[in-house]
Design a binder for this molecule. Structure first.
Ligand SMILES: Cc1cc2nc3c(=O)[nH]c(=O)nc-3n(C[C@H](O)[C@H](O)[C@H](O)COP(=O)(O)O)c2cc1C
Length: 328
């Protein structure tokens, strides 16, 4: 289910923000087309930004930042409830934005503002800030006036036109958030591509398809394969190893277990366990030992290729021999 966070942009004692957020939440909760949750900055007491690296780097040093990042990452879209302070958003809200980057980007956002004249200056600044973060700010907006939408300037009593404006805003936020949650992020697409790549390695081994394998490695691949020498450099050396296996075994099976991938923009690595087995030419079973395997990838001209692999077994230090009977 699509998840939308309703962020309370004020932490001031006696804040009106809580009433506004509650009104948004109650109206949203009736819809049933998304899950809505209030995010209260009082529950995330962030000091003035104290991360040494800009959020764009994505390497958060402090636990309070990591907790905040995990909170925001859970949502597909947001409704920002902001008052106007000195023609802008409250510092506490700006600070909460500044802490993160990737957790905001490409997510939908709708703005509900309030102030003497609807908090429109704050809304305009918040719109610009969200656009800078590459968020999808929806056009419909709700602007509540302290004079006409709060009884005695204290208790929220929004005009009926604001209720329909809020419904329209929520329609847009939900639609855009759903589009986003249905579209895989670049990272998700890359992770799937890496998994498919390993499946193609397995298929090519089963088919003894050397041409197919050639297409899966870079030409300058450096392989730390299980057999000597210390390294096999270049695609021809790598394929020579596979050709040896294919001569040795009549039918070949390659299994992998516990594969874990870490995928960056143009570099990725995957580690797990692999077992090569099959039937020897005389019909007896051959191979069958589990090894540790690491594939390292680079994205070259838009295509992921294995540029390095490493295959090993643990060493019995005292006996100086590899241990070949371990199971994952
Ligand atoms: C420091 C401060 C500055 C303010 N500046 C403006 C302003 O520029 N324009 C405006 O319409 N209201 C302004 N207000 C009024 C607030 O919008 C109003 O008090 C609102 O209720 C504040 O939100 P909160 O109660 O949720 O903290 C200001 C209030 C504060 C506390």
């Amino acid at each position: 289910m699509t998840r939308i966070g309703i962020l309370i942009g004020s932490t001031r004692p006696g804040r009106r923000a809580e009433q506004v957020a509650r009104w948004v939440h109650e109206r949203a909760a009736d819809r049933g087309d998304a899950e809505f949750e209030v995010i209260d900055l009082l529950d995330h007491p962030l000091p003035h930004l104290d991360e040494p690296l800009p959020a764009l780097a994505g390497r958060y040093q402090h636990e309070h930042t990591r907790t905040w990042a995990r909170t925001i990452a859970r949502f597909d879209g947001f409704v920002m409830v902001t008052p106007e302070y000195n023609a802008s958003v409250p510092g506490v809200l700006k600070n909460a934005f500044d802490y993160l980057y990737a957790q905001w980007t490409h997510k939908a956002v709708g703005i509900v503002s309030y102030g003497a004249r609807g908090g429109t200056h704050a809304a305009r600044q918040l719109r610009a800030l969200c656009e800078l973060l590459q968020m999808g700010v929806v056009a419909p907006q709700v602007s509540l006036s302290l004079h006409t939408d709060f009884q005695d300037h204290a208790t929220l009593k929004p005009g009926t036109h604001h209720v329909s404006a809020l419904d329209t805003l929520l329609d847009h936020v939900v639609t855009r958030s759903r589009e986003r949650s249905a579209t895989p992020t670049q990272r998700e697409a890359d992770e799937a591509a890496i998994r498919r790549h390993i499946d193609r390695v397995i298929d090519a081994i089963h088919a003894k398809d050397l041409d197919g394998l050639r297409r899966l490695y870079s030409t300058d691949v450096v392989s730390f394969d299980i057999d000597p020498p210390l390294q096999h450099t270049g695609i021809d050396a790598k394929l020579k190893n596979w050709a040896n296996v294919f001569t040795f075994l009549k039918d070949v099976t390659y299994e992998v277990r516990n594969l874990t991938s870490t995928v960056g923009e143009d570099v990725a690595f995957t580690h797990g366990f692999g077992r090569l087995s099959g039937t020897l030419l005389d019909g007896t079973a051959g191979g069958g030992m589990w090894v540790r395997v690491t594939f390292c990838f680079r994205k070259i001209e838009g295509e992921w290729l294995i540029t390095h692999d490493q295959v090993s077994v643990p060493l019995d230090i005292t006996g100086g021999k590899g241990i070949t009977d371990l199971e994952p």
